[in-house]
Design a protein around this ligand. Structure first.
Ligand SMILES: NC(=O)c1ccc[n+]([C@@H]2O[C@H](COP(=O)([O-])OP(=O)(O)OC[C@H]3O[C@@H](n4cnc5c(N)ncnc54)[C@H](OP(=O)(O)O)[C@@H]3O)[C@@H](O)[C@H]2O)c1
Length: 244
């Protein structure tokens, strides 16, 4: 399977590219400039000479032509970038790892983009792709260090069950990462916002934290078994009135 990364020249996208290539995926690093993508690919191949990494360079359109596409641009460029490759994304699983954040002084603050999250904004501008939120909380430095696995959970959310299942398979293939199905795409609002908390902890404690949840079964594979979805009436205070 080929995975393309929009904005793959940045720390997050290039780290994910290296990690995915290391476990056997073919990866295309995309960029607004093919030249920059080539430089990044050369840099990665030089950094990991003993490994066979199937990483190629392209513009964002080339990356969007892959089987699965990751959006790894800053939040304010994500929707527009996805829109420019709308045709290539049609019908595909599109994984958004972008977080809408800003820094005010020493404090990271979450921002609320249109539709509540970057992932939902992408879904809105490219309605015929299947957007999944994932990898928001995985620090790029550790992700890109192929000599060490990262012990972390990855929260995944989507309105498309098959897209969640495919993303679970990808995350599960990365050593020591545990994929967790966090529900529908509306969960990308708190998932993206929560990143500001993690960054704040990193600043205060001079570290890089990773997310790991307690209380889950030891062995988790694939999608969790769910009861059939019931529709729930919600009153004006946001309280559920029971299944209908
Ligand atoms: N850094 C992390 O540890 C980390 C971890 C998890 C998630 N994330 C999320 O992943 C995303 C990427 O993070 P990053 O640190 O790699 O960001 P970044 O370095 O600021 O940007 C990544 C790439 O996006 C492209 N880009 C920049 N501005 C753009 C725009 N306005 N429109 C389209 N493309 C643009 C650039 O590539 P070209 O100039 O080559 O096109 C850049 O190299 C962010 O949304 C971040 O919240 C980051």
């Amino acid at each position: 399977m080929k995975i393309g990364i929009l904005g793959g020249t940045g720390p997050a996208g290039s780290a994910l590219a290296a990690r995915l290539a290391d476990i056997g995926y073919d990866v295309v690093i995309g960029s607004r400039s093919e030249e920059r993508a080539k430089e990044k690919v050369d840099e990665l191949l030089e950094q990991w000479p003993g490994r066979t990494l199937a990483i190629e360079a392209g513009d964002n359109a080339a990356a969007a032509s892959a089987d699965v596409v990751v959006v790894a641009t800053p939040w304010d460029g994500a929707t527009q970038t996805a829109a420019t490759v709308r045709e290539q994304l049609a019908g595909k699983v599109v994984i958004s790892m972008a977080n809408a954040l800003t820094r005010i002084g020493k404090e990271f603050q979450p921002l609320v983009p249109p539709r509540g999250s970057v992932a939902a904004s992408i879904q809105a501008v490219v309605p015929d792709c299947k957007v999944v939120g994932a990898f928001h909380h995985v620090p790029a430095k550790e992700l890109g260090d192929l000599d060490h696995p990262i012990e972390t959970d990855v929260l995944i959310c989507s309105d498309h069950e098959e897209a969640t299942a495919l993303t679970i398979d990808i995350v599960q293939a990365i050593p020591n990462m545990r994929p967790l199905d966090a529900g529908e795409l509306s969960q990308s609002t708190p998932i993206e916002s929560f990143t500001s908390v993690l960054l704040q902890l990193n600043v205060r404690y001079k570290t890089r934290v990773a997310v790991k949840f307690n209380g889950l079964p030891d062995s988790l594979t694939g999608l969790p078994k769910k009861p059939p979805r019931a529709s729930v009436a919600v009153d004006r205070d946001g309280q559920g009135n029971g299944a209908t």
